[in-house]
Design a protein around this ligand. Structure first.
Ligand code: FMN
Ligand code: SF4
Length: 504
């Protein structure tokens, strides 16, 4: 039983400070925080970066990195005497095959020169522009008030860029309308969906947009604490945000406290309620919803959780107006950052109107390497679409109608050298590894899907894939969170569009 005085929220930081779960560390953290030792151990084992302190160099085995030959990279590292371990995703799909050395001191951010869209005045984020340090939106907010800002957000039509596409103004009003005065703003910078690396580039190139957007949110919702949760492998991108915050200090409300918190290598902590659990020092297991975080969030208090890209759009919306933002999109409001990787000439982050076609994005990225066979439009969870859907509008509604999803807009391009069974298997491995294990349909279903694909790959006997429809149905209907609900989509979509490869 945990004593009331136990400082649970410190557990993950202390485990990190001590280099992860090495012998004796759980006991030490127990003595320092009062959280039972078994509990400290249980929490630590949940997070890859804490549970495996001697894992050495992380080698990404996400889809883009597999296509680019991560096996070869791992073998070369090992041949050179380096300890190397596969990891689910490093958020560097444009530099596939990607590796990350947790022990390296160098500032990696300055070495990664991602391809981005050229500067343009019709872009809400505009990665190539000089970062905006004027904080003009914050100044106007002080004159015109929170209701004006919320009206502009509503007019802009901006929906969440983290994957779910929920209207931002509803969440902002939801928190503002609570009677509880203790409120929190949380920035979700956990970016872990394979194929996605846009938030990384925003933090690096336009950190002041993020700081200003968060300051606006805190002022509108009268929150006194802002938590910035950055994935653990993004240390140098976190540093970029930290220095922007230091530069901007004299423009910001001194009554608001800013907190940076590291993720520890668990993809599921990008799910908003799992993230809240992680902030509270627990295993990152999604909560049942409702209640939603706007009502019952961090420490049980009203909390606004927003993706980096969503927040970074806020200053432009307030400066140039909600109508301007809405008008930027073709089929849905605004512009959007699309990440392209895989078999494409210039992998990178491209900003385009919402509803741009996949084909146009391919052109922006220099075209396909080889002949297009399929693409995964919105991260691992979005499944695959065949080449003949090249004209699909890349927005939330059109992709949903196409049986896929825009998600985080992490597009992976596959040419005709790719075996779709292998592609589906890569995604199945990802979901099995990253399932938090809390609910049976997801925990067992992800395992069944992976095993069936492996059996089929070995035997090419379609009987190995029998019953997967039912398993997928169970996962979709009965899983607690989006991971389990979408985890079978890569398989079912590959079977639907490429039946001959599955012996159908
Ligand atoms: C399995 C899973 C992983 C997620 N990962 C992320 C993530 O890495 N970053 C993110 O912003 N949202 C992620 N989300 C979506 C969040 O739950 C949440 O919708 C989002 O942070 C809200 O911000 P937004 O409205 O600005 O998109 C994930 C959702 C699920 C189900
Ligand atoms: S669906 Fe999967 S990841 Fe989500 S809560 Fe259930 S077991 Fe955890």
């Amino acid at each position: 039983m945990q004593p009331k005085s136990a400082r649970r929220e410190e557990v993950l930081d202390r485990l990190e400070e001590k280099g992860g779960l090495r012998p004796g560390v759980a006991r030490q953290v127990h003595l320092e925080t009062g959280v039972p030792e078994a509990d400290v151990y249980g929490v630590g084992t949940f997070y890859h970066l804490l549970a495996r302190p001697d894992a050495g160099v992380a080698v990404c085995q996400g889809l883009s990195c597999r296509l680019a030959g991560c096996d070869r990279v791992k073998a070369e590292l090992e041949a050179a005497g380096t300890i190397a371990t596969y990891t689910s995703c490093l958020g560097r799909c444009d530099f596939a095959p990607a590796t990350w050395d947790p022990a390296a001191e160098v500032s990696e951010a300055s070495e990664l020169q991602a391809a981005i869209s050229p500067s343009g005045s019709g872009l809400a984020i505009n990665l190539a522009a000089t970062d905006n340090k004027r904080y003009a939106a914050l100044a106007t907010l002080a004159e015109r008030g929170a209701e004006w800002a919320l009206d502009e957000l509503e007019t802009s039509g901006i929906t969440g860029r983290g994957g779910a596409g929920f209207p931002a103004h509803i969440k902002w009003r939801g928190v503002r309308g609570q009677t509880e005065r203790e409120r929190y703003i949380v920035l979700n910078a956990d970016e872990g969906e394979p194929g996605t690396f846009k938030d990384r580039e925003i933090m690096l190139r336009r950190p002041h947009l993020v700081i200003e957007g968060l300051a606006v949110a805190a002022a509108c919702l009268e929150a006194k604490d802002i938590y910035i949760y950055v994935r653990g492998e993004f240390g140098s991108f976190r540093a970029s945000l930290e220095s922007a915050l230091a530069e901007a200090r004299d423009r910001l409300d001194p009554a608001v406290e800013w907190h940076f918190v590291n993720g520890h290598g668990a993809y599921i902590c990008g799910e908003e309620t799992a993230l809240l659990e992680a902030l509270e020092g627990k295993r990152g297991m999604p909560r049942m919803k409702p209640p939603f975080p706007v009502e019952f969030g961090f420490r049980g208090k009203p909390t606004l959780i927003q993706n980096v890209e969503t927040i970074a759009c806020v200053p432009a919306i307030l400066e140039r107006g909600g109508e301007w933002f809405r008008g930027l999109g073709r089929t849905e409001p605004g512009t959007k950052l699309y990440c392209l990787s895989g078999h494409v000439e210039r992998p990178g982050v491209y900003e385009a109107p919402m509803g741009v076609s996949f084909g146009e994005l391919l052109d922006m990225a220099g075209g396909v390497v080889g002949t297009l066979k399929a693409f995964s439009p919105g991260g691992a969870s979005s499944g695959f679409l065949p080449a003949d859907r090249i004209d699909v509008a890349m927005d939330f509604k059109s992709l949903q109608e196409a049986g896929s999803m825009l998600g985080s807009a992490g597009i992976v391009v596959l040419n005709d050298t790719v075996d779709m069974v292998e592609a589906a298997l890569i995604q199945a491995v990802f979901f099995e590894d990253e399932s938090c294990g809390q609910c049976a349909p997801c925990r067992i279903g992800t395992q069944i899907v992976r095993q069936a694909l492996e059996r089929y790959q070995a035997s090419r006997d379609a009987a190995s894939l029998r019953d997967l429809d039912e398993v997928s149905w169970g996962m979709g209907e009965a899983s607690i969170c989006g991971l389990g609900q979408a985890a079978s989509l890569p398989l079912t979509s590959a079977m639907k569009y490429f039946p001959s490869e599955f012996g159908l």
